[in-house]
Design a protein around this ligand. Structure first.
Ligand code: UDX
Ligand code: ADP
Length: 456
């Protein structure tokens, strides 16, 4: 039996530890966080994050071999394996501002570990997405003190996607574990591999060196995001021609060398990882004297911002180049369906641009209103957060669909149309709705990468 500790009870730490606790009942798993409110919610049935299936897993293990609290120092004392899952936002000051990772939380954690560990051998597992070579920096901090503990640092990036975290953790495509290339390093990586082997087939557990593991996480996210930016760039070309992006995506995705996933045009990708990781990658390339490679990856982010702006420009242009005093209803605010997370959601710049035009913004989202309020709290203008979707759409001039929640397909659009200002517009930022049907009801429909269906 081992004492496993996870520092950071966020979108990664919480679900990952819940799944480890469920599958490894002989180990004791403790999750700590400096945020008392977050921990209180992990100890209640109102979890701090919305993730389908998560509550059931937490309820199975909590109090048995899964514990949440805020005493980082005490929990570190008798830990054998420590997962570090604290946030590493993009640095907003000084050298590398806007691109590099802000490592202050991460370094504080390294020092907390050094000050408090008492076991003779401790494995520290990097779970946060970090710039390449930070495991090495972690090892140097841990070796710098007077501690009698022998530390081994292992990189084990997490590939779960929000909204499908439980499924992704239960049947991962692969588990990646990067360890030092000496005897101790290999043993540490093997110990972490044994944990996952409780439920993941051995052939899906990949052992690499530390730097390959760290870099693979950045590159996986950069390549997924690159596919979306590629498709989004082509959606613009489709709108100028008579091609249909859904047909193009399907046709290219059937080429097994390309594959069908991550080819859906959108208002722009969001989430806590893609933008941040591409900027890290680009910064890393710059740092290592590869400006062409840095520019190549940075362009994925540029196209993404351009796509969100293009969506906004289309709303402005179609509504006769003036939005002042017009009510625009946002269907969805989360960066994707099935999550309440709004980090880097394209809804945020969209709202900023709409409010900049003096539009009245009405926001609906089934799970993300709490976060949306925080995101928009400093924005000037007329913005309301509405829990009842029909109320949000009542009297609106236009609907902008941002998030592809399943329930939006089931709405009574006849009823909605009757309550909207005419001509009524729908801008479908996800190609999620039934466009022909909406057009027959009377809407002017603007999908992405397809010809618009217009009455006026
Ligand atoms: C991503 C990676 O998928 C995951 O492996 C990593 O661990 C964390 O980052 P996540 O950000 O949670 O996961 O969600 P993901 O499903 O990847 O979606 C990211 C964004 O891309 C969302 O805004 C989504 O709507 C958008 N997207 C996705 C598209 O616009 N088109 C697509 O075809 C797919
Ligand atoms: P992710 O999506 O990577 O999981 P989150 O922001 O959801 O990121 O979670 C990171 C968590 O780490 C937050 O709840 C934050 O309070 C916590 N955290 C940050 N620094 C520390 C620290 N030094 N000790 C403990 N927890 C920390």
């Amino acid at each position: 039996m081992s004492n496993i500790l996870c520092i950071g009870a966020g979108y990664v730490g919480g679900p990952t530890m819940a799944i480890i606790a469920k599958n490894c009942p002989e180990h004791r798993i403790t999750v700590v966080d400096i945020n008392q409110e977050r921990i209180d919610r992990w100890n209640s049935n109102d979890l701090p994050i919305y993730e389908p299936g998560l509550l059931e897993v937490v309820q199975q293990a909590r109090g048995r071999n899964l514990f949440f609290h805020t005493d980082v120092a005490q929990a570190t004392t008798d830990a054998d394996i420590i997962f570090v899952s604290v946030n590493t936002p993009t640095k907003m000051f000084g050298e590398g501002a806007g691109k590099a990772a802000d490592l202050q939380f991460w370094e504080k954690t390294a020092r907390d570990i050094l000050d408090n560990c008492r076991k003779p051998n401790v494995i520290v597992v990097e779970k946060s997405t970090l710039p390449v070579r930070t495991a090495e920096a972690m090892a140097r901090i841990l070796e710098s003190g007077k501690s009698s503990t022998k530390f081994s640092v292992v990189s084990n990036p997490e590939f779960l996607a929000e909204g499908t975290a439980i499924e992704d953790l239960t049947t991962p495509d692969r588990v990646l574990i990067g360890g030092g290339q000496n005897e101790t390093g290999r043993k540490a990586a093997e110990t972490v591999a044994e944990l996952y082997a409780h439920w993941v087939p051995r052939e899906r557990i990949l052992l690499t060196n530390v730097w390959s593991s760290e870099l693979s996480k950045l590159v996986a996210n950069a390549m997924l995001a690159q596919r979306i930016s590629s498709v989004n760039s082509i959606s613009a070309l489709c709108e100028r021609t008579e091609a249909d992006i859904a047909e193009v995506s399907k046709a290219i995705g059937m080429d097994t060398r390309i594959g069908s996933k991550f080819l859906e045009a959108s208002i722009g990708f969001g989430g806590s990882c893609f933008r941040k990781d591409i900027l890290h990658l680009s910064y890393l390339c710059e740092y290592y004297g590869l400006p062409e490679v840095a520019d190549y990856w940075a362009s994925v982010v540029h196209i993404n911002e351009w796509q969100t702006d293009r969506f906004f420009q289309s709303i402005l242009h179609q509504l006769f180049n003036t939005l002042a005093g017009k009510a625009i209803a946002l269907l969805g605010f989360a960066f994707k369906q099935d999550t309440g997370d709004t980090r880097d959601s394209p809804a945020i710049p969209l709202c900023e641009k709409l409010l900049g035009e003096h539009a009245k913004v009405r926001v609906h989202d089934p799970k993300a209103l709490e976060n949306a309020r925080i995101d928009l709290k400093d924005m000037q203008g007329d913005v309301r957060f509405v829990e009842d979707v029909y109320e949000a759409l009542d009297g609106a001039h236009a609907i902008a669909l941002v998030t592809q929640w399943a329930e939006y397909r089931e709405l009574d659009f006849e009823r909605i149309y009757n309550k909207m200002v005419k001509p009524a517009f729908i801008f479908d930022g996800r190609n999620h709705l039934e466009h022909e049907k909406l057009f027959e009801i009377g809407f002017n429909v603007f999908p992405l990468g397809k010809p618009p269906l217009k009455h006026v």
